[in-house]
Structure formats: structure tokens, C-alpha cells
Design a protein around this ligand. Structure first.
Ligand code: GLA
Length: 729
């Protein structure tokens, strides 16, 4: 297993437990070609990849047809301008303005483990088998070296790819596009699965058949975004949730991206993922290196379930860091939907007092505690406590909260600046804008130019002072508007195209400072709900607020799409008040609890004002959290049924690693239309084990529960739910 170079055949073979990835060298020019990615194959299978019948057409044998060769060759990292007319992974411009680049293999190294990618979040080797192949390619004309890096994670069936580009010449080279990965395969024909959405409707799964030509998703918003997600799966014809070949790619990046597939005239598919290139242009000076973000590739021959399993284990083991990586998170109560901007110390303490009696463990003070912020139109950038609201200051409030036996958390939106702020009055040039042109506003705010170290430092000093001033154990880091009017008053004209990526590097730098300086703080990322829920952010925060839509029924699709890639422990989910503030629907308090239990679990309501019958249920919900959270956080997740597909009911399951225990959550969305019991076929149990449904006498064998199903009675009504706990007998 791991990485092997077969010298005679000039083939690299990258093996994980269930997959193989093959790269070959072609012709005397040493073109790097993609041979295969898919289900694991043994060594003796290599002969079929040598493409002997195509040999006469390589340029060294038939230079006359060089272009037809390049037009069809499955290039491992294709470049622009040489006769491969499909989308290039790398597009550069020389100092003379030419845009031609051709890469040939020069050398390679294979080593155990994995290096960091400077300035960027990336997977780390951790425990388990991880080895890395670095293939160095070169364009001698441009003196440009391109290192293709492949880290092979054997147990989780993931290959992490990124690219490093170094200018070894004496002239500037301009990077116009630098993808993180490119993959050429024969089209089978594939369907693409993406996660689409908008504010309060994030990550709804969508499938479409690949047609010929170019199709994909992108973000030009400066954040990964509510709208599309930096992920795509390609499903071979007939692949389902449980079976068939599925390829997945996702980026460890939170800014502008592009992921697309292009089906060529010869029905081959070129699949690429990386930085979006419309708002990207990077001056690479002699001696400098550019690092692309990382792409995580996986392959499963057991349908989408296999892909989900691979990504969940991978993200748990190789992306998430810090104290809370494997720990249970405190049950929080957040005051946003409880008070919005209208709160003071007294109000917060009244919530905390009531919450502590019910078993809630942490109070989170959301937006509105700083500057003169009484609405969303001022004070971002002025991170000083508003003592008119917090009479006696922050530390006094935190002390009182701590006396109740609760932890305290706080909200920041570090990347933003309100035009009505002292920061803007002092440093108007710190906002991203084109000089002389009024920048577009969103939520009455502008974005800070985090490409400038002094801006990052300025915000950090303020944040550090606040975090040092009291016993703060949690931070919610928000980001509430996309970037526009890209202009930096510090970057020279020829570097303005670097702003969007440099901005992200600044955000990562500040998040790294925060988690290094305050390693005990639990960080939760957020972006107007879930607009920056991605593997890049999970490198800094073990959990991310999933959506501003806290309606239990709308959350089903949002959490289903999110959990297709990310472990349940990462999904910020709270019980909120009804009618729901986002959609106006009323659902039973109990159901809201079941849905929130599938994530981090917490409350987002004024516990002093909700109906008594709801409040009375909180201790029971908290008991469920304590009973099941280890299983939910650490267990294997399975999607059983989807209300987005059947419009009637939703069901998911978690199974412990030793298969001794499982929790099934069933939500009946529409009662009337179904009105009958249903059998749901469970997953992941041990066929030979016997299980008892907690609270019942009957026992069932694992195989009957998986192959025949568990009968779930009609629950009578809409929006009702049930937890079913199976325990081995
Ligand atoms: C965003 C977040 C909310 C809340 C508000 C505060 O919308 O998603 O949870 O923090 O900002 O302004």
C-alpha cells in the first residue's frame, strides 16, 4: 500500500485501502498522464494502462500530429496554450505577454507523512498511514517549476492534492490560474452532485447529468458562500446512496473557488477544482513560490454512503485540531434570537439564571455588545465593550455568569468595518474599495482589507484585549457580507488581482493566532448562517453554525446536505422559539430538540419567556444530549431516508464503532399523507448481533433490522419525531 514507482513501466501507483490512483509518464518529452483512479487494483493489473495502441501518436513518433495528441491526452496537470484545448489547470503569462506553458516530468520524491502548506489550512498526517508523492515538473522556457503533491491517506481512502509553483527564472511570471487538482477520466456517463443553496437554505443536494462541454460551480463572493459549496461528486451511472462508483472532491479553502467538469469531443471528462480565476492574478517574482489550496479527493464503490464515511473519518482525524477535537461541547444558549440587539447585563443574567437551572452550560453573548451597536448599521471594527449596555463591564458580567456555574462565550465579526465606526473614521483606507468609487454596501457594512498585515494586527490587538479581559471560553466568529469592489489601497496596481486570495490568507492568519494564543477557547465559525461551512474553516474551529434557519423542518435538508460531507460534531444546531423567526412555522419543541441533537446542540431563545410547557422539556432534552452525545459525535453516521426526496419523512442513524449501540432519529414531516407504519432498513449494524429497542421487550437481529427493516409506527400528525435507541443484548 502507499506509493510505488514502477520504474520500468514509468508508472506511479498510489494505493489506499480500497482505491488506486495511477499516473504514467508518456513519450520522450515526459508528459505526465493520468491513467486511472478508482477501485483498488493489484499490481499485475498495470499492463492494461500502458496504452500501447496509442504509442504511434506520441509526438516523438509522429510530431506531425502533436496537436491531436495533446488535444486528447489525459494530462495530469494540463497547461494552457500548447494544443490541449480543454480547460487548463495552469495558465501563466510571461513578462513578454505570452501565455504558453508546457510541463514535463523532471523528478519525484516519496516520503512518509505530509508537509504543511504555508499560510493555508490543510490536512495533517496525524495517526494512520500517510505518505506523500511530490512530482516535480518544469517548463524550461519559462524556468517555472511545478510540484504536484499527492498525500495518500490509506485508512480513509482520501488523496490530498495541492500544487506548488516556483519561479526559478530571472523574469516575473504572472499566474492567471492555478488549480489545486485536475483529473482526466473517460466519461461513464456521470452525474454531478453538488450542494446548492442561498441564505437560510444552505447545502441542498442537487444531481444533474453531465452533458458535453463545461459545467460547474463557483464562488466569486470572497467566501465559499451560501449559494454553492466547494464540493462536487461525480456518480457513475446507476450509483445510489448505497451502491455504485462515486468520486468526491472538496477544497480545504473558504474563499473564491471553481469546481467544474468538462466533457470533451472524445467523451472524456476533465474534472478540476481550485481557486476561481476571474478574480485571481498573481505576480510570481523570481525565487518566489505560490501554494494552491488543498483538494481532497475520494472514491467509493459503495455509493454516496462510502464517500460520506471517508470524508467524515478524514475530517475528524486529519482536519480538525485543538482541545475540542474529540470532546463533548458545552450546551450553550445564544441570545441572538432571544434579544437581537436589545439587551443589557440584567437581561443576559436573567437568561443565564434560568438557563443554568435547566442544565444549560454556557451563555453566548451575540452581536451588539460593543461600540454603539444597537442595530446592524454601526460600530463593526470598534471592539470595545459598550458599558451602557453591559453596566459594570464585561468581566463583571462574566463573573456573574461563572458564579451560576456557566461558561461564557462572545461574538465577533473581525473582518468587517461599519462606515459609522471610529475605526473607519480613523482608517477609511482599511476598507476594501476602489479609490474614488463608492463601494457597494451589504448589511450596511464594508469588508476590511485583510491582505494588509497592519489591518490584521489592528483587529487582533482589539480582540486579544477583550479575550484577556475576562474568562471567555468560546468565540463565535461571524462574517456577514460578501466581498465586492475589490480594491486595496496598499497593493500596487499589478497586484490588485491578488486581493481576494491575500484576504483569505489574512483571515487564516488571524484565526491561527486566535487558536494558538487561546488554545482553550472553543471557536465556532459562522457566516450569515452557513456561508463559510467548509474544510478550511474546520481546520480552525471544530464546529460551524449551520444556518440562520433554525426551523426544525427546513433544517432537515440543510443538515442532510451538510452531513453528506461533515461529521455531525461540526454542525452548529440549536433549539429556537416558535413561530420560527426565519420561516414562521410552529413545530413541537420535542422535534426541535431531536433535530438539534444531530448537531452540536444548544438553545437560541429567551428561556425566560418561552411557554412553560416548552421550558419544562429542556431538562429532558439535556438529559438526551448527555446520554447520546458521545454516540452522535463519535459514531458512524448513516442517512436512511430523506424528506427532500419522499416529502413525508426523514431518518438518519448513528452507530457506535463497536456496533453495540445505535440511535435512529425519525421525523415524520407529513402525517396525513402517509398514515401508516413504515419499515426502515437500518445500516451499519453487526448482522449477527441481537439488539433491543430501548423501552421495549422485543429484540431483533442486526441482519433483520438491516435487510428487512425496523417498523416505525405512524406517529399521528405533522412535524413529529421519535428517537429509537438500539442496544446490543
Ligand atoms: C449572522 C449570524 C447570526 C447572528 C447575526 C448577528 O446572521 O448567522 O447567528 O450572529 O449574524 O448579527
Amino acid at each position: 500500500m502507499g506509493i510505488t514507482y514502477f520504474e520500468q513501466d514509468r508508472i506511479f501507483k498510489l494505493d489506499t485501502m480500497h482505491t488506486s490512483y495511477l499516473i504514467g509518464l508518456a513519450d520522450e518529452e515526459n508528459f505526465l498522464g493520468h491513467l486511472f483512479y478508482g477501485r483498488r487494483i493489484a499490481e499485475h493489473g498495470l499492463a492494461c494502462f500502458l496504452r500501447t495502441e496509442e504509442k504511434p501518436f506520441v509526438p516523438s513518433k509522429n510530431e506531425r500530429e502533436r496537436i491531436s495528441f495533446l488535444d486528447a491526452f489525459p494530462m495530469e496537470y494540463p497547461t494552457h496554450g500548447i494544443g490541449d484545448y480543454r480547460e487548463a489547470a495552469l495558465r501563466v503569462r510571461s513578462k513578454d505577454g505570452h501565455r504558453v506553458c508546457s510541463l514535463s516530468y523532471v523528478s519525484h520524491v516519496i516520503f512518509q507523512g505530509k508537509k504543511k502548506i504555508p499560510g493555508l489550512p490543510a490536512s495533517f498526517a496525524g495517526e494512520g498511514n500517510c505518505s506523500t508523492l511530490e512530482i516535480t515538473c518544469r517548463d524550461p522556457h519559462l524556468n517555472l517549476t511545478v510540484v504536484l503533491s499527492y498525500s495518500v491517506f490509506e485508512e480513509t481512502d482520501v488523496i490530498a492534492r495541492h500544487v506548488e509553483i516556483e519561479n526559478e527564472g530571472e523574469d516575473i511570471v504572472i499566474l492567471e490560474k492555478a488549480a489545486s487538482m485536475s483529473l482526466d477520466m473517460d466519461n461513464r456517463p456521470f452525474e454531478a452532485l453538488t450542494l446548492h443553496g442561498s441564505w437560510a437554505r444552505e447545502r441542498h443536494a442537487e444531481r444533474r447529468k453531465l452533458g458535453t462541454g463545461y459545467q460547474g460551480i463557483t464562488s466569486r463572493r470572497g467566501e465559499s458562500g451560501h449559494q454553492d459549496h466547494p464540493f462536487m461528486a461525480l456518480l457513475a451511472e446507476g450509483a445510489t446512496r448505497e451502491s455504485g462508483d462515486v468520486y468526491g472532491v472538496q477544497l480545504v479553502y473558504s474563499g473564491n473557488y471553481d469546481i467544474h467538469a468538462e466533457v470533451s469531443q472524445f467523451a472524456s471528462v476533465r474534472w478540476q477544482a481550485g481557486l476561481e480565476d476571474e478574480d485571481f492574478c498573481w505576480m510570481l517574482e523570481p525565487g518566489q513560490r505560490f501554494y494552491t489550496p488543498e483538494a481532497l479527493l475520494t472514491f467509493s464503490h459503495t455509493g454516496l454512503d462510502g464517500m460520506t464515511k471517508n470524508y467524515h473519518s478524514f475530517i475528524r482525524q486529519h482536519i480538525i485540531r485543538g482541545k475540542y477535537k474529540d470532546r463533548k461541547r458545552p450546551i450553550l444558549i445564544n441570545n441572538w434570537e432571544a434579544t437581537y440587539f436589545d439587551f443589557d447585563t440584567k437581561k443576559l443574567l436573567s437568561i443565564a439564571e434560568e438557563a443554568s437551572k435547566l442544565g444549560i452550560e454556557m451563555l453566548v453573548m451575540d452581536d451588539g455588545w460593543f461600540g454603539k451597536r444597537n442595530w446592524d448599521d454601526s460600530s463593526l471594527g470598534d471592539w470595545q465593550v459598550n458599558e451602557e449596555k453591559l453596566q459594570g463591564g464585561l468581566s463583571a458580567l462574566v463573573e456573574e455568569v461563572n458564579k451560576l456555574g456557566m461558561k461564557f462565550g462572545i461574538w465577533f465579526e473581525p473582518e468587517m468595518i461599519s462606515p459609522d465606526s471610529d475605526l473607519y473614521r480613523t482608517h477609511p483606507d482599511w476598507a476594501i474599495a476602489v479609490p474614488g468609487r463608492a463601494p457597494g454596501m451589504a448589511r450596511a457594512q464594508l469588508v476590511l482589507d485583510f491582505s494588509r498585515p497592519e489591518v490584521v494586527d489592528g483587529i487582533w490587538k482589539q480582540m486579544e484585549a477583550v479575550l484577556e479581559s475576562a474568562n471567555i471560553e468560546y468565540v463565535k466568529w461571524d462574517m456577514n457580507r460578501p466581498l465586492s469592489d475589490l480594491g486595496s489601497s496598499a497593493l500596487p496596481p499589478e497586484r490588485q488581482g491578488e486581493l481576494a486570495h491575500r484576504y483569505m490568507l489574512g483571515v487564516y492568519e488571524l484565526q491561527e493566532r486566535l487558536v494558538t494564543r487561546f488554545p482553550d477557547i472553543l471557536l465556532e465559525n459562522c457566516s450569515g448562517g452557513g456561508a463559510r461551512f467548509d474544510a478550511g474553516m474546520l481546520y480552525y474551529s471544530p464546529q460551524i453554525w449551520c444556518s440562520d434557519d433554525t426551523d426544525a423542518i427546513e433544517r432537515l435538508a440543510i443538515q442532510e446536505g451538510t452531513a453528506m460531507l461533515y461529521p455531525l460534531s461540526t454542525m452548529g444546531a440549536h433549539v429556537s422559539d416558535c413561530p420560527n423567526h426565519a420561516v414562521g412555522r410552529t413545530t413541537p419543541f420535542e422535534t426541535r430538540g431531536y433535530v438539534a441533537l444531530a448537531g452540536t446542540f444548544g438553545y437560541e431563545l429567551d428561556v425566560t419567556r418561552i411557554p412553560e410547557e416548552d421550558r419544562a422539556q429542556i431538562p429532558d432534552q439535556i438529559a438526551l444530549y448527555h446520554k447520546y452525545n458521545d454516540l452522535i459525535r463519535q459514531g458512524e453516521y448513516y442517512r436512511i431516508a430523506s424528506a427532500s426526496e419522499n416529502h413525508l419523512y426523514d431518518c438518519w442513524q448513528v452507530v457506535s464503532a463497536d456496533q453495540k449501540e445505535s440511535l435512529v432519529t425519525w421525523i415524520q414531516v407529513l402525517g396525513g399523507a402517509g398514515r401508516r407504519s413504515r419499515f426502515v432498513r437500518l445500516k451499519g449494524l453487526a448482522p449477527e448481533k441481537r439488539y433491543r429497542v430501548e423501552g421495549e421487550e422485543r429484540t431483533f437481529s442486526g441482519d433483520s433490522l438491516m435487510y428487512a427493516g425496523l417498523q416505525i409506527p405512524d406517529l399521528k400528525g405533522d412535524f413529529v419525531g421519535k428517537l429509537i435507541h438500539l442496544v446490543q443484548v
